[in-house]
Design a protein around this ligand. Structure first.
Ligand code: 16G
Length: 239
């Protein structure tokens, strides 16, 4: 029950109630929550108050609305720590999730100017590998990797359908060392929408990473687009 004279505002108490129901499993991912009318009757508050609670939870990505259907419990986002240079395959394994990859294209091309300069290639060819990465069968990200052909002369379509990092470290005996990446918010375009099974215009996180071997040689430039409704990035900061 809500406490009318409690210092915590009513809408906040409704949020806490719904969050508790979700964490205890009464409402699970994909379940529809009671309507505004039902909640306002149950808690004896105005629909405005219920709407405020629900809107906050929609903005936080805990709930989502479907037009004409209702409000549903979203799946919990994957929390990706911003430390440690890990591969998608490793990340999923650590979480006990099953990773899968769909190869969209595998091309060898003259490196575009910006990629060549990031990979410090005077001139030379790169692979452009576009893959959709899945976690437990759900598309999480679509990524395009540019890799110098000179460094990985025997790369094949088969290899990139598994783990690229594993191939580099365990087959080629290269030592992956560090990377620099930038993260930006964007809206999914039509293609990204189709690839990630979200609506065009839905929020995505765009990451560009340049990764280096221990000898300082850059080995990949990767442009990735992650579903913002499924991913959040976490970092610890100290003062
Ligand atoms: C991650 C990396 C990507 C790397 C890939 C290797 C980000 C933003 N990107 O997706 O740079 O190429 O892992 O994964 O984290 P793999 O070893 O499973 O092929």
């Amino acid at each position: 029950m809500l406490k009318k004279n409690h210092p915590l505002p009513m809408y906040y108490q409704i949020e806490e109630f719904l969050k508790r129901e979700i964490s205890e499993g009464t409402f699970q991912a994909g379940d529809m929550i009671p309507s505004e009318r039902e909640l306002s009757e149950r808690f004896q508050v105005s629909r405005m108050t219920v709407r405020q609670a629900v809107s906050n939870m929609v903005n936080d990505g805990i709930l989502y609305r479907e037009k004409g259907r209702g409000t549903f419990v979203a799946e919990k986002k994957i929390e990706q720590p911003l430390k440690g240079l890990t591969s998608f395959t490793e990340d999923m394994k650590l979480r006990g999730m099953t990773s899968a990859t769909r190869l969209l294209s595998f091309d060898v091309m003259q490196a575009p100017q910006d990629i060549a300069s990031k990979l410090k290639l005077e001139e030379g060819e790169v692979y452009a590998v576009k893959r959709i990465r899945f976690a437990d069968r759900q598309a999480m990200a679509v990524e395009t990797s540019f890799l110098p052909v000179s460094l990985l002369p025997d790369l094949t379509e088969d290899i990139v359908q598994g783990s690229m990092y594993e191939y580099m470290e365990h087959v080629l005996d290269l030592t992956i060392s560090h990377a620099r990446q930038e993260i930006e918010a964007r809206a999914a375009d039509e293609n990204e929408g189709t690839e990630l099974q979200i609506e065009a215009g839905a929020p995505v996180l765009h990451i560009e990473r340049c990764s280096y071997l221990d000898n300082g040689i850059p080995f990949e430039v990767v442009k990735s687009t992650y579903r913002a409704d499924r991913y959040k990035f976490i970092s610890d900061i100290v003062r």
